[in-house]
Write a protein that binds this ligand. Structure first.
Ligand code: PLP
Length: 383
């Protein structure tokens, strides 16, 4: 956690709401991955949190990147991530993105559709290795918005298409291997058994030196030891190197959202109206995401609150039925586990200003992204 003195100082120096990151936690998560999957290539899924300071820190720790847009590619390169450790994934891969990836000299691509492979034929892709992303057609046992491995989801190729493209890539000597990202927040290991059972015949038939198992490791309690055993058995039997694309797992616990109570309302339910809500952190509204909420420097009799945002929207909420001491206007709250899919999914809804972002340093704090202002909201508008 973060000590109260630092929290008060951040509120005073930078205002609220503000995202605070503790890079030490990211380092611990990298160490855990390296411990259990010692020879695996780690490609951080940039969409989880594209903050430049975090990307730079990951680059310094030898972590690569999984990118899905021009913006993510630019940010990864700016942070100093080696193009040899960047993979272009995702459903976009249009002409503009393909040209940018080739120009940047990235090494890896994960093909999401047959149509993408056809488009790639117009370009010189001789320096690239391709993963084929298979739609594993299974129930990943997670929230429907996170279930990317279901047959009805838009992700990956069918088995038939995978065979066609694999044959082509094998002939060209450019098949990196096969890729499945079955979903996010996966905790049921039968999902991995099913994924690997689907991939095995493909590896046996076409080879490929790498298995890309995607990301999706459940936060906060993914059982890495059990996962590593499953992966090592599979990769050893087939002589494969492991590639992973963790997003949430690397950064979720490093992030905290500091917010201030604006008003207290009592009634059928007691509400704390805060200055952060769904525009700043949409996970509770979009995924029923649950995030621990704690009061800063308050104790005593506890009460049950709805912790709400400041917007005119019922879903504008940070947490429901939260046990907190008696609080009032001006008190500070810290929402935890928001380092992934927090700031990056924030919006200007209701003309909200996106929050500031601060990292904790050895001797204090550092502002790494300024809070938006009215000028930022209006900057691109034309009369
Ligand atoms: C989002 C995504 C990831 C990361 O998912 P997490 O749940 O954040 O670990 C990895 N790979 C692909 C292809 C993704 O789309």
């Amino acid at each position: 956690m973060i000590d109260n003195k630092t929290v008060f100082k951040i509120a005073q120096d930078y205002g609220t709401p503000t995202y605070i990151y503790k890079l030490e936690y990211i380092q611990n998560n990298i160490a855990k991955l390296n411990k259990y999957l010692p020879n695996a290539k780690i490609l951080y899924a940039v969409k989880a949190n594209p903050n430049g300071a975090i990307l730079k820190f990951l680059a310094q720790n030898n972590v690569g990147a999984e990118v899905i847009s021009l913006g993510e590619l630019a940010r990864a390169l700016k942070a100093g991530i080696n193009p040899n450790n960047i993979s272009l994934d995702g459903p976009r891969q249009d002409t503009e993105l393909i040209l940018a990836a080739i120009k940047a000299g990235i090494k890896w691509v994960s093909l999401d559709s047959y149509s993408q492979w056809q488009l790639w034929q117009q370009f010189d892709y001789s320096n690239l290795k391709f993963f084929i992303r298979l739609n594993p057609d299974l129930d990943p046992k997670t929230h429907q918005h996170l279930a990317t491995g279901a047959a009805e989801s838009k992700f990956g190729m069918t088995l038939e298409e995978s065979h066609v493209v694999a044959k082509d890539l094998k002939a060209k000597g450019q098949l990196a291997g096969f890729h499945v990202h079955a979903g996010s927040q996966i905790s049921d290991f039968s999902v991995y058994d099913e994924v690997l059972a689907r991939l095995k015949p493909l590896f046996e038939k076409y080879g490929g030196a790498h298995i890309n198992i995607g990301g999706g490791f459940h936060v906060p309690d993914f059982d890495f030891e059990a996962f590593a055993t499953i992966m090592h058995n599979f990769s050893k039997a087939l002589g494969l190197k492991i590639v992973t694309e963790p997003g949430r797992y690397l950064v979720a616990d490093s992030g905290f959202l500091l917010t201030k109570v604006l008003h207290k309302k009592t009634g059928a339910l007691d509400h704390l109206i805060c200055d952060a809500g769904m525009a700043d952190l949409i996970r509770p509204a979009l995924y029923n995401g649950v995030h621990p909420i704690t009061a800063i420097a308050k104790s005593g009799n506890e009460n049950i609150y709805d912790v709400d945002g400041p917007l005119c929207e019922n879903a504008d909420r940070l947490g429901r039925g939260i046990k907190l001491p008696e609080l009032d206007s001006g008190d500070l709250l810290l929402v935890s586990q928001v380092g992934a899919y927090g700031f990056t999914m924030s919006s200007n809804y209701a003309s909200s200003f996106r929050p500031a972002e601060v990292i904790l340093t050895n001797n204090g704090t550092k502002l790494v992204k300024k809070r938006e202002t009215v000028e930022d909201l209006l900057r691109l508008e034309l009369d």
